[in-house]
Write a protein that binds this ligand. Structure first.
Ligand code: 13P
Ligand code: SF4
Length: 362
């Protein structure tokens, strides 16, 4: 039966039956399957995660995992990362193959190679630029970084990675998220004048040769469509309406939001911050809705608001539902690899190197 036909049947089945079936099949498969769940997953799926975490923690878990089959409840680049870090005997599955990341789609191999070539008309990138890719990127870009002396970063370790990169070469090309690069560098005290933005649709990224020579940080013009919806005005409104409230923001938010925030950190850091706070502390949080709702439920004694008046949900993270998770477990049981993510061997070698450079910094 094709996946489409199976899914149609599963959508006609009451959801509580699907949940029961997942429990039973997961128990039957036992240690053969490990389920990793990112913090942005919907509750019904998140509940099945053997390990939950942010991108850094989940990539470390994937690298250390012994299970023959890993189901990544997250998005495409996360499953690719897990496939790169696991052995050839292990298989990685993404329950819905259409669960991508719009930010990761904002830089592709051809665009970054073209940027490198254009930079070489002004400077010598292979000796003076470290390429740094946010983990939210394709395996091809991780491979590009590995091959060109570069590295991967996540929102948890961006500062450490930028330090490493500047220790190696005087300039950094950071992609695909402008905001993570910019917010991290500003927090490190790097002056704004040292940064330029690279627009892949403009010659020389929209910069003059002199600006490229001067810059020490070249920021790719990419963003997260979810985190860009938070605005500094939302923080003003929250502070007016809730005296003493603290604003917590993910570094994918704009510079204005991060500058007004009381704390900026990855999903894992935000969770730890709320956990460690005194009872009665109040928070407005600028990150994905499923995580904020979970924090609200876990900490009834610490009121939590979503920073934006609009609903900002990662629609691709939301694609993983119990039906897709169950279909993936059935595929593993039946030895069918329809949900498997396989990174081409040629990319794996260099991509692994750039990921290992990052993991070795921990
Ligand atoms: P974390 O690394 O904080 O989990 O962020 C991943 C992500 O995609 C945020 O949008
Ligand atoms: Fe990508 Fe943004 Fe979704 Fe994170 S929240 S997976 S960066 S689209």
């Amino acid at each position: 039966m094709s996946t489409q036909t199976l899914l149609k049947q599963l959508y006609d089945t009451p959801e509580q039956d699907i949940i029961k079936n997942i429990h039973a099949l997961k128990a039957e498969l036992g240690e053969k399957v490990l389920i990793l769940g990112h913090h942005y997953q919907r509750e019904e799926v998140f509940a099945f995660a053997d390990v939950s975490g942010d991108s850094l923690k989940l990539s470390q878990q994937a690298a250390d995992a012994d299970a023959a089959n890993i189901i990544f409840c997250g998005v495409h680049f996360m499953a690719e990362t897990a496939d790169i870090l696991t052995s050839d005997e292990q298989a990685v599955f993404l329950p819905d193959l259409a669960a991508g990341c719009s930010m990761a789609d904002m830089a592709n191999d051809a665009q970054v190679s073209k940027c490198w070539q254009e930079l070489s008309t002004v400077i010598q990138p292979d000796t003076c630029v470290t390429p740094v890719t946010y983990i939210n990127s394709t395996a091809a870009l991780k491979s590009f970084c590995g091959e060109h002396g570069g590295i991967v970063c996540t929102s948890s370790n961006a500062k450490k990675v930028l330090e490493w990169s500047w220790n190696n070469r005087e300039k950094i090309l950071f992609f695909p998220d402008q905001h993570l690069g910019e917010n991290t560098a500003l927090a490190m005290g790097i002056p704004e004048e040292n940064m330029i933005v690279w627009d892949p649709f403009q010659p020389l990224g929209g910069n003059t040769p002199a600006a490229i020579e001067r810059a020490t940080l070249i920021l790719w013009k990419g963003f997260c469509s979810v985190h860009q919806l938070f605005k500094a005005e939302h923080a003003d409104t929250m502070r007016k309406n809730h005296i003493g409230i603290e604003i917590l923001a993910h570094p994918e938010c704009s510079r204005e939001v991060c500058e007004t925030a009381d704390f900026v950190g990855s999903t894992e850091a935000i969770i730890q911050y709320v956990k460690a706070a005194d009872v009665g502390s109040k928070f407005a949080i600028a990150t994905e809705l499923n995580l904020v709702n979970r924090l609200r439920i876990q900490h009834p004694d610490k009121p939590v608001w979503f920073l934006s008046p609009m609903v900002c949900m990662c629609s691709t993270m939301f694609r993983t539902d119990p039906q897709h998770l169950y279909a993936t477990l059935l595929a593993i049981r039946d030895g069918n690899n329809e949900h498997q993510i396989i990174v081409p061997k040629a990319q794996k070698r260099w991509a692994k190197l750039s990921l290992e450079r990052m993991l070795n910094l921990a």
